[in-house]
Design a protein around this ligand. Structure first.
Ligand code: SAH
Length: 347
């Protein structure tokens, strides 16, 4: 029986160095291979032209490089690009490039499917199939960086973890991917240009703060009233807003970094003054900004975008206490690339 070969990118630089020493070679060979794998993005051992043929063959017989493949790429009328990416085991995840005049943002996935159950999100219907490996997250970023250069003539400027999955439920792999994205051996991107979006898992938010991360944090709030939040995001029944608040206060004390709240206003759900007042109150606890996201329908009658008046009531309430609030128009709707629409329709 053939033993399944390990993905070489699961090895740290030290482990690679040790591997070469254990095989009678010099440890610096590990550095060379590491550079090929990460900064140069080699897809095969044969690409590693400064290694002897025998060394390449030895790597080949011990490891694989499980690169993701761009299966299909769709371009929206507004310039948004959606990639369906095939993983080595045949599963598919999606990631999105969102261009504006001054920057391009990559929206990346952290899991195949999602274990949470937000009723308004298409990804939730897929259930969670598995966590993405650090290299699989990194590859999404590299693919978008390449597309950004190709179509918009500049490298990727920002990354948001707002694709498929809950990043804080794949904590270690997301952290490793970000380490690589920000390190000089990877993309060398500033962590300030990266935002991790969570549905709000208090324990993990505290862990982020303890780990002294330098990237930004967004929380998908959608309601500051427990009963309503539990109705639309059932998992949150286990994480009351009081706990979320406490974890965010902890986050801010440690990081001094403002939190962004993501919020959709739906007809008949949170389009009343009581909901506005609750959000305004919640926003006083921790320095924050609010992004009012346009709802992207997912073939479901239950959720509908609220009226403009309802949105304006939120804007008015938040501005009255000096909170910066932005209304985010959807991008890439025509190709199902907008928030909450990633669901592998092609797969
Ligand atoms: N699990 C993470 C990241 C993925 S969702 C999180 O919950 O933050 C990215 C954002 O899209 C979240 O704010 C989410 O609430 C929002 N979203 C999900 N479905 C949506 C939809 N149909 N329309 C608009 N926004 C949606």
């Amino acid at each position: 029986m053939e033993i399944e070969k390990k993905d070489i990118r699961a090895l740290s630089k030290e482990q690679l160095r040790d591997f070469f020493v254990a095989n009678g070679d010099k440890s610096f060979r590990g550095n060379q291979v590491y550079e090929w794998l990460w900064s140069k993005g080699a897809h095969s051992f044969d690409d590693m032209t400064n290694l002897a043929k025998g060394t390449r063959g030895m790597l080949e017989s011990n490891f694989v490089i499980n690169h993701i493949k761009v299966d299909t790429m769709q371009r929206s009328e507004d310039g948004t690009v959606k990639n369906a990416l095939r993983l080595h085991d045949g599963l598919v995840v999606e990631s999105v490039l969102i261009p504006t005049k001054t920057r391009t943002t990559a929206c990346v996935s952290s899991q195949v499917g999602c274990s949470l159950d937000c009723n308004f999100c298409a990804t939730a219907r897929l259930k969670r199939m598995r966590n993405l490996e650090p290299a699989e997250i990194y590859d999404q970023v590299i693919a978008i960086d390449r597309e950004s250069k190709l179509y918009y003539n500049h490298p990727l400027s920002n990354i948001v973890f707002m694709g498929m999955g809950e990043p804080l439920m794949n904590y270690n792999n997301v952290m490793k991917a970000i380490e690589m994205i920000t390190s000089e051996e990877g993309l060398g991107m500033s962590p300030k240009r990266i935002m991790v979006s969570t549905s709000g898992i208090p324990k993990m938010i505290k862990k982020l703060a303890d780990d002294d991360v330098k990237f930004k944090l967004a929380v998908s709030l959608h309601s500051a009233i427990d009963e309503i939040r539990a109705r639309i995001m059932p998992f949150s029944a286990n994480f009351p807003l009081a706990d979320l608040r406490e974890s965010l206060e902890y986050w801010y004390r440690k990081t001094k970094s403002k939190v962004s709240y993501e919020y959709v206003v739906w007809k008949g759900i949170n389009d009343n003054q009581e909901s506005v007042d609750a959000l305004v109150k919640f926003c006083k606890y921790v320095p924050c900004k609010v992004n009012l996201i346009e709802y992207n329908p997912i073939d479901d009658g239950e959720f509908q975008q609220a009226s403009e008046e309802a949105t304006n009531a939120y804007i008015k309430g938040l501005q009255s206490i000096g909170v910066v609030v932005k209304v985010r128009r959807s991008r890439g709707k025509d190709i199902d690339a907008a928030c909450g629409q990633l669901a592998n329709k092609e797969a």
